[in-house]
Design a binder for this molecule. Structure first.
Ligand SMILES: [Zn+2]
Length: 338
């Protein structure tokens, strides 16, 4: 008889949202904010994700949400969590038909009737290639016209991480260059200079704070959100002192956002990891390993997290006042604001 040696059991792999073995349920004080904390950029994708979502959010002191939720899920969330979420009008993401603009116009009206006052245009390099149109293409005109006529605000996603321009977008003949994408954005900002506008993910270029300063100085209608956990964690930390100056200087122009995305397989710990990193990054002087795997860098070059320890009055604006003011500008308010 031959003895079969069983392979030794493999050590369980740390999940990519908790490489450092953090107990995300440990009590954590709320952000030092008078009033409520607003996450201005997130994706609560379904009612069925709400228990895990609000459970983690409550633990981390995040009270209200401006979310890109599919239209079909809005009513159930409004019904069961009244007053906690404002919805951003988005298209049906999977729609690849040639009627997508018409379909989006119908959805835009439906979102508006449910209280939405912001429209999101996703114009990252990969998305523009997928749609076959740049954001300044005439194809988008009816949507811009509709948003303006309804006095809605606009949120755009322009650009993507530098690492992606060096990697998957390296073929500039297909994807265009970053400079081309920002010329496009600035021409739209010029055309719609009276429309309240949010540039998602620090205008899509946290690697170049000088560019962002220039755009902010020239377009007073523009706000930036600081969402995207791994991207911000990596690039804000990489230029910590400069970023801190930038946030203090532009403290009236930046909205806190996480870019949290819910999911059927995303429980308390996954969701907690995103808010944990954001809070460390903005509120504390934490220097150390991030619990979240950064897939854009090799395992031996994972970025350290270096917190900005922003002053209390800046956090007050970032977490609450700026969002409340922006929303007020388009005629909506969260209870407990201001
Ligand atoms: Zn997002």
């Amino acid at each position: 008889m031959t003895a079969v040696l069983a392979a030794p059991p493999e050590a369980p792999k740390a999940p990519e949202y908790n490489l450092t073995g953090i107990d995300f349920r440990r009590p954590m004080p709320r952000p030092k904010v008078r009033g409520i904390v607003i996450d201005f950029h997130c994706h609560l994708l379904g009612r069925r994700h709400a228990e895990a979502w609000f459970g983690a959010a409550d633990h981390y002191g995040i009270d209200r949400f401006v979310s890109m939720t599919p239209l079909e899920e809005v009513v159930a969330i409004q019904r069961d969590y009244p007053g906690r979420v404002q919805f951003i009008a988005v298209p049906r993401w999977q729609d690849r038909s040639d009627r997508w603009v018409d379909e989006w116009l119908i959805r835009l009206e439906a979102f508006y009737n449910l209280g939405s006052r912001i429209v999101k245009f996703h114009a990252a390099p990969g998305t523009m290639v997928m749609r076959g149109h740049r954001l300044d293409s005439p194809v988008y005109k009816p949507l811009f016209r509709e948003a303006v006529a309804r006095k809605m605000a606009i949120m755009t996603h322009i650009g993507d991480p530098d690492l992606w321009y060096a990697g998957k977008y390296a073929d500039a003949s297909k994807f265009g260059t970053r400079d081309e994408h920002y010329q496009m954005w600035e021409s739209l900002l010029t055309e719609y200079s009276n429309v309240p506008w949010v540039g998602a993910h620090l205008g899509g270029n946290p690697e170049n704070l000088a560019r962002l300063q220039n755009v902010l100085d020239r377009f007073p209608n523009l706000m930036l959100d600081c969402s995207a956990t791994r991207w911000m964690g990596r690039e804000i930390s990489a230029r910590r002192d400069q970023a801190r100056e930038f946030f203090i200087r532009n403290q009236d122009r930046i909205l806190f956002g996480s870019d949290q995305v819910s999911g059927d397989d995303r429980g308390f710990d996954f969701l907690a990891s995103r808010w944990w990193v954001h809070r460390k990054l903005w509120e504390t002087a934490y220097i150390g390993q991030t619990p979240i795997l950064d897939p854009d860098l090799p395992p031996d070059r994972q970025p350290a997290l270096r917190g900005l320890a922003l002053p209390d009055e800046v956090l007050q604006k970032l977490y609450c006042d700026n969002a409340a003011k922006f929303l007020q500008g388009v005629g909506v308010a969260f209870d407990g604001c201001g």
